[in-house]
Design a protein around this ligand. Structure first.
Ligand SMILES: N[C@@H](CCC(=O)N[C@@H](CS)C(=O)NCC(=O)O)C(=O)O
Length: 256
């Protein structure tokens, strides 16, 4: 059985799950708490999740998992176009979102959470092994400090991240302004999947069960989310998430 190591709320992990579910590949998800996940990943020579452990390989980034899943997709609906120029465009956008969008949406969302232990444990303590949840609670001050340092999470950093997300949403809205239905070509691709998954922290799609309900989020966060949702790029991602995200019928949570 394929094993997917995750921090369940992570948008990069959702990117991997989405590709696996789309290709109808069975896997067992093993959720972890941030920082404590290193016990599972460092022996595999990587710090970040998602990690997919298959019979023959360890895939240690969301994009390698998307590519691996897509190569095993038996339907005709592949995430990477055959046309070399379109494929290059998809891969460039995917890399751009991985490098710039994901870190910025994540940093901005964590800036509303990490100072509040109860809120953080509610989000980060679900679907992880009970012992790890206990350690998350007991070691919270150290874990929060490591996360804040790791992400460079200062008020100025969070403000810069918000500006970066806005700039990428402006780029994506401009791309969509000719009325196209997908970011590249006329079919759903890895560019649409990457943009949508990594935008989750600033859009809080109603179907994404790992985030707290919208009404319970802090008011300034709700206001920014409402504003992102109203942009063409935001409306596009919400449509992609509603229409193109198969629910994981064969997905199981190892530690739930
Ligand atoms: N490029 C990586 C990024 C993944 C990533 O940044 N994962 C975060 C969780 S959202 C992580 O594991 N952070 C823990 C750390 O850096 O130690 C990918 O696409 O998989």
């Amino acid at each position: 059985m394929n094993r997917l190591l995750t921090i369940p709320v992570s948008p990069y992990c959702e990117k991997a799950r989405w590709a696996l579910d789309r290709a109808d590949i069975a896997y067992l998800e093993e959720g972890h708490a941030p920082v404590l996940h290193w016990r599972a990943t460092l022996p595999l020579h990587t710090r970040t999740v998602p990690v997919l452990i298959t019979r023959g390989a360890v895939l240690a980034s969301s994009t390698s998992i998307v590519r691996w899943s897509d190569a095993r997709c038996t339907g005709g609906e592949h995430l990477y176009p055959n046309d070399p120029a379109l494929r290059r465009e998809v891969e460039e956008l995917e890399a751009h979102f991985d490098a710039k969008l994901g870190p910025a949406t994540r940093r901005w969302a964590y800036s509303f959470m990490l100072h509040d232990k109860r809120r953080s444990i509610d989000v980060l303590g679900v679907a992880i092994p009970p012992g790890e949840r206990a350690a998350l609670v007991a070691l919270w001050p150290m874990i929060a400090t490591a996360m804040i340092r790791g992400m460079g999470l200062t008020p100025e950093g969070a403000a810069r991240s918000l500006e970066r997300v806005k700039a990428i949403f402006t780029e994506v809205s401009a791309r969509l302004s000719d009325g196209r239905r997908f970011l590249v070509g006329d079919r759903f691709s890895a560019a649409d999947l990457g943009f949508t998954a990594l935008s989750i922290p600033v859009l809080a799609p109603p179907q994404y069960a790992w985030l707290p309900p919208f009404d319970t989020l802090p008011a300034p966060m709700r206001a920014e989310i409402a504003s992102f949702r109203s942009t063409p790029a935001g409306a596009f991602a919400l449509r992609m998430y509603r229409d193109e995200r198969p629910r994981g019928g064969r997905f199981m949570m190892a530690s739930a």
